[in-house]
Design a protein. Structure first.
Length: 125
């Protein structure tokens, strides 16, 4: 009898096997399938965005080409004119300043073309 009590108590702690249940898996929602394959409208919009990027790159390359084709002489025949929206103008014939500005524009436009190239290459349809 003493043995039976010990077996029932098992050191004062009732030992029961843990209940193991399999995880419940639900089928993937239909929306996730849709996210994997874009709709026709979304695809057309992405193509338009890519076209816009390529047009922007083309305009930037043309501007860069135009800046590079300027030739500057050391005489006073070069004039740089800036005009704002109010019609005010700024003119200079300082060839050193004009050369510095065109150098800056060339660098800026080269960086912009590189940035657009990277953006176009990384573009996902």
């Amino acid at each position: 009898m003493k043995q039976q009590i010990k077996n029932d108590q098992k050191n004062g702690i009732d030992k029961t096997a843990p209940v193991v249940t399999a995880p419940i898996t639900k089928p993937a929602p239909h929306k996730e399938e849709k996210a994997g394959k874009p709709s026709l409208e979304e695809r057309i919009q992405r193509v338009e965005e890519l076209r816009s990027l390529t047009m922007k790159r083309q305009r930037t390359v043309e501007t860069l080409h135009n800046v590079r084709t300027f030739s500057f002489a050391s005489d006073d025949s070069c004039v740089l004119t800036l005009k704002d929206s109010k019609g005010q103008t700024f003119e200079t014939s300082n060839t050193n300043l004009i050369n510095m500005l065109t150098g800056f524009l060339t660098t800026l436009l080269n960086d912009k073309v590189s940035s657009l190239d990277d953006e176009i290459l990384d573009f996902k349809l």
